[in-house]
Design a binder for this molecule. Structure first.
Ligand code: SF4
Length: 191
């Protein structure tokens, strides 16, 4: 029998590659838990795409309730920090804490997150957040680094093949503003 593993999902392309990689070894359950995503329309779009991937691979899927206030509260003291800093640490901690709680609720012994596939996310920060959440709910956080062996590139390729939506900002309103600034800078350099 395959060991159960709860998979925290942030978006469909990352989910697709990780499910494709782990499905033979684990009995997976996907958990979409992203109170960080803004605006709500973007949240609904990413959720629908993530559901589509779970259906494609025939993996059970659950979505957390959309609770953007919890994210605003968690990052409030660090809202001015750039992507990759303390606000992301708080964001990871919140999402993985909620995932660990769900993992314990459904009686799964272990969980992990697909977020390590992103070259923009610090693996040490992710692992610390996962382990501290796991300890709080007496479950195990499994350390993976899905970006290894060209994981990110492969997720892009598989996402294209499945026709999945791929976002161009991490998820929160601050990362969206940062994306807008980058685009603005690029355009003004050209003109
Ligand atoms: S940039 Fe991404 S990880 Fe960092 S706070 Fe925003 S949504 Fe969370």
């Amino acid at each position: 029998m395959k060991p159960p593993l709860l998979l925290h999902i942030c978006c469909a392309p990352d989910e697709a590659w990780v499910v494709n990689t782990l499905n033979d070894a684990y009995s997976l359950h996907c958990y979409f838990c992203n109170p960080n995503i803004s605006p709500e329309g973007e949240y609904r779009l990413r959720l629908a795409e993530a559901q589509r991937v779970a259906l494609h691979f025939n993996v059970p899927f659950t979505a957390d309730t959309y609770d953007p206030v919890s994210w605003e509260t968690a990052i409030a003291p660090f809202a001015v920090t750039p992507e990759g800093g303390e606000r992301c640490r708080r964001c990871f901690a919140l999402r993985l804490w909620r995932s660990a709680r769900f993992c314990a609720d459904i009686g799964f012994p272990a969980f992990t997150t697909v977020m390590s596939i992103s070259p923009h996310k610090r693996i040490t920060m992710l692992n610390e957040a996962g382990e501290s959440a796991a300890a709080a709910f007496k479950v195990i956080y499994r350390r993976f680094d899905f970006k290894k062996r060209d994981g990110f590139k492969k997720s892009v390729t598989l996402g294209r093949k499945l026709g999945l939506y791929r976002q161009d900002y991490c998820g929160c309103r601050l990362s969206r503003d940062e994306r807008d600034e980058r685009l603005h800078l690029k355009t003004s350099r050209r003109s």
